[in-house]
Design a protein around this ligand. Structure first.
Ligand code: GLU
Length: 469
């Protein structure tokens, strides 16, 4: 039976750096589960760590989610703005005896930790049993949660299954710091409750926090949300994803020429599956995605797979959009395309996209279109321009001059020229290609001539012919 309460998920990043693909996948799973259930997907920026939170990181999160196409429902919440509310929740816990002021000095804290370790349980403060009373203030103090000393806390995690924590191993965690600032575990519980979050889907590095948070929920008499702790993304070698595995930030994937829909598809499939389906639309992902199908084992980033998914979406992408995106790659490389060149690129895109795995590859493959004459011919292709090949190309040029300038006609003209000459295409193609592209990649010859246009093609052939001694 389905839960009658509408599903509310949230993505709760700390704005301390760029949006990583691990975070993007967490956001995606939250987004997809909300879509799957007809619920809401909320965004909360956890900016309580004032020293490490930056506006640039907030912007990077917004931009990253926007690029990924993961639009949150409703207003974005900023955790720091809820500080007074968080303190109010702590007052509630103090009033019910589920929190206490702790005046331990740093030395005392060390000693208490030592003792707790010797006694075989997590940290408790002696102040727990000597509550000085409402309103008393004996100087700097923190406020700690009075957790149960024995028994167990069970988390029925939707991905990890049942996870049991012995309460003696859960310390009396700090709720408010000496400066009155709420801690993560307190703020997260208060916010998730207030935002009506029903499903907390996040990285499994937070699994231990789930037990602490569950105890706070219980102490407040609040309904516990469902938890789903998803495995982190690992590198192809199985080690935790890090700089040495290459790109990590969503923006880097964009810069490497991946399409957002490809990254969505790839990341959704990373650690989650629907039968053998590798490629699916956003609608299918939303229809199929269920947390219970998320794997427990770590997911490994597989560049080949990502490239093949991206190639699929490049093929499927609208030509005009791709033209604009590839033009952006040229601009980012410092060679913005003037209108005439943009038009030439637009004509080439339907053919180039059949073979490119990334937008950068498409730009590389379009490079031959924009060379300035006389073009540089690399050493190896230049070797094709033997006197014999040059003479033949001069005769071919005469044939091409009268050909209809469209790929099939040009292809046919080359073929019939080869027949007339009594040679195979292998004697004609390589020198012609050298003259036309200088060795850069290009589609088949008829298409290459067509895309370059009559004037440019004949001009490049003439330039090559003029290299004859
Ligand atoms: N702000 C936490 C983080 O970025 C996530 C907290 C949560 O999802 O509960 O790791």
């Amino acid at each position: 039976m389905s839960d009658p309460k509408p599903v509310v998920t949230r993505f709760a990043p700390s704005p301390t750096g760029s949006l990583h693909i691990g975070g993007a996948r967490t956001a995606l799973f939250n987004y997809l589960y909300a879509k799957h259930t007809g619920g809401k997907f909320l965004l909360r920026i956890e900016d309580t760590d004032r020293a490490r939170s930056t506006d640039a990181a907030v912007k990077a999160i917004f931009d990253g989610l926007d690029w990924m196409g993961l639009k949150p429902d409703g207003e974005v919440t900023f955790q720091y703005a809820g500080m007074e509310r968080h303190k109010g929740v702590v007052d509630q816990l103090l009033a019910s005896g589920r929190a206490y002021r702790c005046y331990m000095s740093a030395d005392e804290l060390d000693a208490a930790r030592e003792k707790a370790r010797a006694d075989g349980h997590a940290l408790r403060s002696p102040w727990r049993d000597r509550e000085p009373g409402e309103g008393s203030n004996l100087g700097p103090h923190v406020i700690r949660f009075a957790g149960p000393k024995d028994g167990e806390t069970m988390i029925d995690d939707l991905v990890q299954g049942r996870v049991v924590f012995a309460n003696k191993d859960l310390d009396d965690l700090v709720l408010l710091r000496t400066d009155g600032a709420p801690t993560y575990n307190l703020a997260v519980v208060a916010d998730d409750h207030d935002m009506g979050v029903t499903h907390i889907i996040r990285g499994d590095d937070h699994l231990n926090n789930a037990a602490r948070q569950a105890l706070i929920y219980q102490a407040l008499g609040w309904e516990l949300p469902a938890f789903a702790h998803i495995p982190l993304i690992h590198g192809p070698d199985g080690a935790k994803l890090s700089k040495r595995h290459g790109a990590q930030a969503v923006g880097e994937f964009a810069d490497m020429g991946y399409l957002p829909e490809a990254l969505r598809n790839y990341l959704a499939r990373l650690g989650w599956s629907h039968g053998d389906d590798e490629l699916f639309s956003d609608e299918q992902a939303a229809a199929w995605f269920d947390i219970k199908d998320v794997n427990k084992g770590a997911a490994r980033l597989d560049w080949d797979k990502l490239n093949s998914v991206n190639a699929h979406y490049i093929k499927a992408a609208d030509d005009e959009r791709l033209t604009g995106l590839v033009a952006e790659v040229f601009a980012a490389r410092g060679s913005a395309l003037a209108p005439a060149r943009l038009e030439r690129l637009g004509a080439a895109i339907p053919f180039l996209k059949e073979r490119g795995k990334t937008l950068l590859e498409l730009a590389d493959q379009a490079g031959f279109l924009f060379l300035s004459r006389p073009i540089d011919i690399a050493e190896k292709p230049a070797g094709q321009l033997t006197p014999e090949a040059m003479d033949r190309m001069a005769r071919l040029r005469i044939q091409l001059e009268t050909a209809d300038w469209a790929a099939p006609d040009l292809e046919a003209a080359i073929k019939s020229f080869a027949e007339t000459e009594g040679v195979g295409l292998g004697k004609i193609g390589p020198p012609l290609r050298a003259a036309l592209t200088g060795g850069l990649p290009s589609p088949d010859l008829g298409r290459t001539l067509d895309l370059l246009g009559r004037e440019e093609s004949l001009g490049r052939i003439d330039d090559a012919l003029s290299r004859r001694a």
